[in-house]
Design a binder for this molecule. Sequence first.
Ligand SMILES: C[S@@+](CC[C@H](N)C(=O)[O-])C[C@H]1O[C@@H](n2cnc3c(N)ncnc32)[C@H](O)[C@@H]1O
Length: 272
Amino acid sequence: MNVEKIRYNKIGLNYNKTREADKRIVKRIINFLPKSDNNLIADIGAGTGNYSFKIAEANNVIHALEPSEVMQNQKKIHKNINWFSGFAENIPFNDTTYDSVICILAFHHFSDLEKSINEMYRILRTGGNLILFSADPTRGEKDCWIKHYFQPFHQKACKTLPDVNYVKDLIENVFHNNATIYDFVLPGDLKDGFFYSAWKYPEKYLIADHIKPLALDGEMWDINNLQTLCIDCNKIKTKQDKKDIANYKNGKLKIRTEQMKIITYFLIGFST
Ligand SMILES: C[S@@+](CC[C@H](N)C(=O)[O-])C[C@H]1O[C@@H](n2cnc3c(N)ncnc32)[C@H](O)[C@@H]1O
């Protein structure tokens, strides 16, 4: 694949400024791993290794695969992590080798998801498992306030983040086995600042570092909506305690907290 096509070489420059492993996500991943020390795990689309690092700290050995050199330049170093360059569609790892394959908030970037799932299946040992973590914005779409302020972004997210049931079917077809969806209810104070994570704190979207990756996608922003968000957030600061933002009833801020919480999920498949 052409280097210019590696999107994270453009948008990943300060990735670790807003992105870090959240301990609740880490805990769930570790709970899904086979119950032994020294699991051999492939992390596909490992980014800067935020999750690889935490899982390596829990006595597992990680082979982290990442195509973007900009991301790898910010990589976390740990004696249990080996870094590799490459793509999910053509994984440079041996057949039937890994106890688990993890893929965290990454597969929506892959150019061929079916091929990637086949590759993940190929490298898993019999009985090993695939652990995907992602978001499906359509699960929270009904009353999603992000839709109100960031409609172009939200619409694109609905297209790029595949429907969870579509991904489940793909895994089941490739693995010849049932896959299971586990809801991950987004905490209000998630440390990992991916786009939907600040569902309880809209003012975070006005901080340049938080929105920076989106700023590169000019068409994602509707300036009028952004201005409305500024005005609405200011109203909250003057009328309400910031922490109470979710209960704001008086202004125009379209917060529907209960809907936003449920968009993230784990999807687990076992290799036969
Ligand atoms: C949002 S980041 C997530 C990184 C990391 N898993 C985390 O949670 O911090 C998505 C990553 O997927 C990588 N990626 C994009 N296309 C890929 C592909 N075809 N194969 C493997 N990784 C890819 C990007 O370069 C980027 O580092």
